[in-house]
Design a protein around this ligand. Sequence first.
Ligand SMILES: Cc1cc2nc3c(=O)[nH]c(=O)nc-3n(C[C@H](O)[C@H](O)[C@H](O)COP(=O)(O)O)c2cc1C
Length: 353
Amino acid sequence: MAVNLRDSWSIRGVEVPTRIVLAPMAGVSIQAFRRQGRRFGAGLVCSEMVSAAGIEHRNERTFGYLRVAADEHPLAIQIFGSEPQAMAEAAKMVEAAGADIVDMNFGCPVRKVTKTGAGVHLMEDPALACRIVEAVTAAVGVPVTVKMRRGVANGSRACLELGPRLVTAGAAALTLHPRSAQQMYTGEADHSVTAELVDLVDVPVIASGDVTSREKALAVLEQTGAAAVMVARGAQGNPWTLREIAEGDSFSPTREEVAAELVVFIREAVRELGEQRAVGFLKKFYGWYLGHGRFPKPFKQELVQLRTTAEVVTRLYAAAPGAAPLVDRLDAELPAAEGEVLLDLPISVYGGG
Ligand SMILES: Cc1cc2nc3c(=O)[nH]c(=O)nc-3n(C[C@H](O)[C@H](O)[C@H](O)COP(=O)(O)O)c2cc1C
């Protein structure tokens, strides 16, 4: 039976209006990215991972601090760490900041994270993983969810052993990216493993990995029986993918539309991170937005060299003069970031999942 991607579903009482979840991505999923994702059809958005250890060791190298706006909900905030008590404390802060869901990262394969016992390392220590879920669910009233990889080694099926135990420990939903940590992002996500997990647990499962089109989203939902799909790399500089997945029409944005979205994204990133950090943060987005044959290649190189975001915006308007009225229209439609909460939890400079 074909699934309607615009149907709502819920995670223990938190209603999610579509079956499309925007993935947590370290160094990407800032508030500007999440709010844009909601506008383009994501039913649930997720913050990049924030460090629970950062609460205790405030000297941790950080990229910035998490900001939550009133119009992001439903919002999952993802935390990572390996100490049940520190995770419970972080979860309380995240709940107080307005998270509708506390998500935990048990999938990050990056060594700086795994060597602290966090991320995918927890898949090799099921007892500790369950203790963390128990401590966090006891600490907060909102649903607690976990994001996993299939396991550490290629071909691992650890998620199928761990998943049901995490649900018994209190997890209200599970996300699976069915690649091994060893694979990083190579090969393909094996969603036959996702289908097996769906059969084993009685909570919603979110399927993450290689969902880049509506066709793929429908195929994964049908193959796995998952409640929703998660989109990560496919949405980088390409919110139109979310609209295509949600609505079915193939959206090829015009140059003006691309430039207008990028101008708004730049402005929001500066508001969030400050000019100095935003300049570096935004560089990768220029390639993502301007690629896909939308602008000539040298144009991206030119933008990356510029020293201020104001210069970048000026160049974008020069290259796509029709973008200015579109920015005005977006401004009129965009809700103000009112009631914003600045969370004293550091965004990690490294990440993955
Ligand atoms: C740049 C980048 C950063 C990521 N950061 C996180 C993260 O902070 N937490 C997490 O659970 N997964 C993270 N992931 C994994 C994604 O959420 C997703 O599971 C994975 O990329 C597979 O989906 P895709 O094929 O749609 O990209 C990251 C992925 C990328 C590419």
